[in-house]
Design a protein around this ligand. Structure first.
Ligand SMILES: Cc1cc2c(cc1C)N(C[C@H](O)[C@H](O)[C@H](O)COP(=O)(O)O)c1[nH]c(=O)[nH]c(=O)c1N2
Length: 246
């Protein structure tokens, strides 16, 4: 078939692929029931941890497994825009806590009356308590100026990095390790502390450590801040429907 004869219908097939590509196709059946249950258990029992961290350090091989899980995440155009900055020093975590504290005061002031008092009672970070923090960043220049899949949706580099965060979070749950995501800070304050360049975005500050107990539902629900929404109200067929007052 000449190039002119090729139409949009003539999509590339595996037969057109370079030699050796099909050798990489492996069976993709469902997991066993035990394996499936383990995956769903990690998803359902994963929690955001603020206060339950034990102080004992995490072994290097365990931290490596968490990072491998994060690095296995999908990414736009296989961009892999993430970096993982490991912070164990108390002095650095103290500076980051100060940045959190300042931003948290600002956040608190945005609520009124009882809601403000309720906010003040919430613990929203474990920066000083958790023995390890990992700052996960997104390098917006990784892979050059044109990245497959990102041209019309530039935020997909950040979405990819969030996928890495979630992989790490789920792997940590399976390892008996708690993770708490902190986002209450001015990004520039943390960038200055860690020397992160302008074109690199901070996606997550994760507090990480062993935990003996976890809440059986989101702590914000346990403490009356907000309930889990009913899934059926969030699922639409074929188009948008109004779902106000959520
Ligand atoms: C992008 C992003 C940012 C934050 C969070 C999450 C995510 C996804 N969460 C955790 C959040 O409050 C928590 O996930 C929900 O309350 C649901 O609880 P579980 O994660 O199911 O325990 C969070 N929690 C907190 O105490 N301080 C924070 O600054 C943040 N920031």
């Amino acid at each position: 078939m000449s190039a002119l004869e090729k139409t949009a219908d003539a999509a590339p097939s595996i037969a057109d692929a370079p030699a050796g590509v099909s050798d990489h196709l492996v069976a993709a059946g469902a997991f066993s029931e035990v394996e499936r249950n383990a995956v769903y258990r990690a998803i359902e029992t994963r929690r955001d941890v603020r206060d339950q961290f034990r102080p004992d350090p995490l072994p290097d091989d365990l931290v490596r497994r968490l990072l491998e899980a994060a690095h296995s995440a999908p990414s736009v155009g296989f961009m892999q825009p993430w970096n993982f900055i490991l912070i164990r020093q108390g002095e650095t975590r103290e500076r980051v806590w100060q940045a959190f504290h300042q931003a948290n005061e600002e956040a608190c002031a945005m609520f009124e009356g009882d809601r403000r008092a309720q906010y003040q009672r919430l613990k929203l970070e474990g920066i000083r308590k958790a023995p390890l923090s990992i700052c996960i960043t997104c390098d917006t220049r990784r892979g050059g100026p044109v990245v497959l899949g990102r041209t019309h949706n530039p935020d997909t580099d950040v979405y990819s990095t969030v996928c890495a965060v979630q992989n790490l979070w789920l792997a940590a749950r399976a390892e008996g390790v708690g993770v708490g995501w902190v986002s209450i800070f001015h990004e520039d304050a943390i960038k200055t502390i860690l020397g992160i360049p302008e074109h690199v975005k901070i996606v997550a500050w994760l507090c990480i450590g062993y935990v003996d107990e976890l809440y059986d539902m989101p702590e914000l629900a346990v403490k009356g801040w907000r309930e889990r929404l009913p899934l059926d109200k969030l699922v639409f067929e074929e188009g948008w429907q109004d779902c106000e007052d959520m």
